[in-house]
Design a protein around this ligand. Structure first.
Ligand SMILES: C[S@@+](CC[C@H](N)C(=O)[O-])C[C@H]1O[C@@H](n2cnc3c(N)ncnc32)[C@H](O)[C@@H]1O
Length: 350
């Protein structure tokens, strides 16, 4: 409490009151998760609907549902048009599986898997270990035997919903005109490379990831009608990355891993690229000094999520540059793309 000592009384009261508010944040996650699981956004659609009609549509108790709708209204996800009639707001439509963007799969991942895992954060702060390490289940979250059933499917779907929301920003921030073959290392089920190929008809693309993503990635390329230019290559980026591309993308990969692992991945990227090849790293960037700004908070929360989950960390731009330099890359430039940044590197001579 000592750091509050210099604040004016009003500010002090405000800060104390907000701790009471902040610590209840899990209630907000539960409200959003419940609405998503009831398919409320899909039931309301673009209309205004009465609570009794909605209670029938989503199989809920009418009075309890009204209370949930009121809570959603206070969060800006619903609008109370009349006493007992509600509509979704633009923000609320992100709960709809067909919303643009839709975060439904992320909401389910957050509500079912992350919320439960975060309840053990204290153990990770005391020990510096991930949840899997504390269970005695090794250092690699992606292959941990103790992952709950359905974890891979739900994790992949959650990543797709997040990545889909920033693909347009990546395409706007980087000109792929000079590239011929782009490989997304740790590209999951192909969401990012699929979006890049759709936007840039002259490009060929590869999603490189563990075999666990192969079937979904191939189906995704077929759905997009780019299976002739987009392919999936299964492999392990700690062993070798195929030498097929002039440009490598890596989104949300390095933050999963400790520095020594990142150095191996980056060296393998370097070995896979020609001289003057392009490496594009897409990550959140940790501030040199934290503030209460929304982006700083989102990055700090993601950092703790990395501590608890895969055992990695969020890094400052200088830390990314140092890691990349150790593998033979030099910085070309950094562009902010919402909560993420796109950091472009060029490879030197092999
Ligand atoms: C956080 S996800 C990011 C997925 C995708 N880049 C995105 O942003 O949507 C990390 C990805 O790294 C992949 N991965 C983990 N270990 C790997 C390894 N040893 N070799 C290749 N890919 C791996 C996972 O399967 C997963 O798809």
């Amino acid at each position: 409490m000592a750091e509050l000592g210099n604040l004016a009384e009003g500010e002090r009261m405000c800060q104390l009151a907000s701790v009471y508010e902040l610590v209840q944040s899990h209630r907000i996650t539960a409200v959003i998760y419940t609405a998503a699981m009831l398919n409320l956004a899909e039931a309301i659609g673009g209309e205004t609907k009465s609570v009794d009609e909605l209670a029938n549509l989503v199989s809920a108790d009418e009075s309890a549902l009204r209370r949930l709708l009121i809570a959603l209204t206070t969060l800006g996800l619903c609008r109370q048009a009349e006493q007992d009639r509600f509509a979704m707001t633009d923000l609320g439509r992100q709960l709809d599986r067909d919303g643009d963007p839709s975060f439904k799969d992320w909401i389910i991942f957050e509500g079912e898997m992350l919320m439960q895992s975060w309840s053990g954060l204290l153990d990770s702060i005391r020990t510096g270990k991930t949840a899997a390490q504390l269970r005695g289940d090794g250092d690699d979250r992606y292959t941990a035997a103790s992952n709950p059933p359905g974890w891979t499917r739900q994790f992949n779907a959650a990543m797709v919903s997040l990545t889909r929301s920033i693909v347009p920003k990546i395409i706007a921030a980087h000109d792929f005109a000079a590239a011929r073959i782009v490989m997304d290392v740790g590209g999951g089920t192909g969401e990012l490379i699929g979006g890049v190929l759709q936007h840039t008809p002259h490009l060929e693309g590869v999603a490189f990831d563990l075999a666990r993503c192969e079937a979904e990635a191939r189906a995704h390329f077929e759905r997009l009608g780019i299976a002739d230019r987009g392919r999936f290559v299964a492999g392990n980026f700690f062993e070798a990355i195929p030498r097929v591309a002039d440009t490598i993308l890596m989104k949300s990969i390095l933050h999963n891993w400790k520095d020594d692992c990142c150095e191996i991945i980056l060296r393998n990227c370097r070995n896979a690229l020609p001289a003057s090849g392009t490496l594009i790293v897409i990550e959140r960037i940790m501030p040199e000094r934290a503030t209460t700004g929304a982006e700083n908070r989102s990055c700090a929360m993601s950092d703790l999520n990395m501590l608890r989950g895969p055992g990695g960390r969020e890094r400052t731009e200088a830390e990314y540059c140092k890691l990349a330099a150790s593998a033979g890359f030099r910085l070309v430039g950094t562009a902010g793309i919402g909560m993420f940044s796109l950091i472009q590197f060029r490879s030197g001579e092999n």
